[in-house]
Design a protein. Structure first.
Length: 403
């Protein structure tokens, strides 16, 4: 356990880590990968190259230090990290490796300022956190394997169908090799795929939202082709029906809450995928909850699932949609393909919002999610009724192994 003096030391180091946090985390990653290149089979190298992962880890370390007296306030963040770790197959034996190189990076960057007392305090803090995460993740691994149809690690699935949804998004319907019923998942969760791209030395792991209501026979993911995306390009161009992919049991804490409140689903681009799973689940269950579906796309060529949403509009009486195109093309018909020309705005959606204390779910790129947060601030929506997923490394607390 951390002593009171060690807690005080950890909190006192926050200004130094604020000043040098990204340098420390870049040093940490370089050192760890040099000593343990096998961990490159877990981490997404693209996030290392852009610096996103270093910034994420730096922000996370600071959050942990700031709340060292009351780590329970970070419970939701810890849960999100644990889901990500489990989807990556992070194991207890990885934690000492991370701790060794994180402390080494702090010592290297801070130099003489990193006294033995500071390093001992951070070693104790990291050890306490590692024990907490290992315990949580063990429970999640066990639950994933012991549920009906569950499994451990990555399991082979066959691509039963490959469907083009837009110019940039393709769906993959996956069935387990060997058959058998699949465990149910909560709408909003994701699958991890473990892929060996031809010509690449390392395995690649990526997460993709499940884009359909839960089924016991198959899973569906819908993948956007990213510019220069190693795995997304491989899935779009190379993987065909009948091929096999390694799949992890579903994970993720961005899920539809089981309440009676109205639901507002706000998505940008490929962020539509978990929203589609949520609304299709409500429709299939015959839910009476009012649903407002707000989606922003560049134009019709990249607008996926347009027919699915149109069908929900016809068949689900509690559903209404507002679709924005910010760069509508000549063939994009206002009132048919989209409802508003321009970017998402409060004035354009205010009339479509349900009465009462609605729950707001939003998903998309970081810039889009920031704009939605500002919109919800204007509406004075409290934090407990906001649920979000941002694609890419989380900027929230993740002091162990962010994905």
């Amino acid at each position: 356990m951390l002593t009171p003096d060690q807690k005080a030391i950890v909190k006192a180091t926050v200004p130094a880590l604020e000043a040098h946090g990204e340098t420390i985390t870049r040093t940490f990653y370089a050192s760890m990968f040099a000593a343990h290149p096998e961990l490159l089979n877990i981490f997404n190298p693209a996030n290392q190259q852009t610096g996103k992962q270093a910034r994420s880890l730096a922000a996370s370390v600071l959050a942990y230090a700031a709340h060292i007296d009351h780590p329970e306030v970070l419970g939701g963040m810890v849960g999100r990290i644990a889901h990500k770790h489990v989807s990556l197959e992070v194991r207890p034996e990885h934690y000492p490796i991370v701790g060794e190189h994180l402390l080494g990076a702090i010592a290297q960057v801070l130099g003489d300022a990193a006294t033995p007392e500071i390093l001992d305090a951070w070693a104790a803090a990291y050890g306490q956190l590692a024990d907490l995460m290992i315990g949580i993740e063990k429970g999640m691994y066990d639950a994933g394997a012991e549920q009906p149809g569950g499994w451990r690690d990555f399991r082979p699935f066959r691509v039963a169908r490959k469907v083009t949804e837009s110019r940039v998004i393709t769906s993959f319907v996956l069935e387990p090799v060997g058959g058998g019923p699949l465990p149910a998942y909560q709408p909003g969760q994701y699958l991890s795929l473990k892929v060996k791209v031809p010509g690449q030395e390392r395995w690649q792991i990526r997460q993709y939202s499940l884009s359909d209501a839960p089924s016991r026979e198959h899973y569906r993911i819908s993948v956007k082709r990213e510019d220069g995306g190693l795995v997304s390009g491989h899935l779009h161009d190379t993987v065909q029906e009948g091929d096999e992919l390694l799949v992890h049991v579903p994970a993720g804490d961005f899920v539809l809450q089981r309440s009676e409140r109205p639901v507002v689903l706000i998505s940008g681009g490929v962020g539509i995928t978990p929203m589609l799973a949520m609304v299709q689940t409500l429709a299939r269950e015959g839910s009476q909850r009012p649903v407002t579906f707000i989606h922003a796309a560049q134009n019709g060529s990249v607008h996926a699932f347009r027919d699915d949403v149109a069908r929900l509009t016809r068949e689900y009486p509690h559903f209404r949609k507002v679709v924005f195109y910010d760069d509508a093309q000549p063939g994009d018909v206002l009132g048919t393909h989209h409802d508003v020309a321009g970017r998402l705005s409060l004035d354009a959606v205010r009339g479509a919002l349900p009465a009462g204390d609605a729950e707001f779910y939003f998903c998309g790129p970081a810039g889009f999610s920031g704009a939605v947060e500002a919109l919800l601030d204007e509406l004075q929506v409290p934090a407990e009724r906001r649920f979000t997923e941002t694609f890419g490394p989380s900027q929230s607390f993740a002091p162990v192994i962010p994905g």
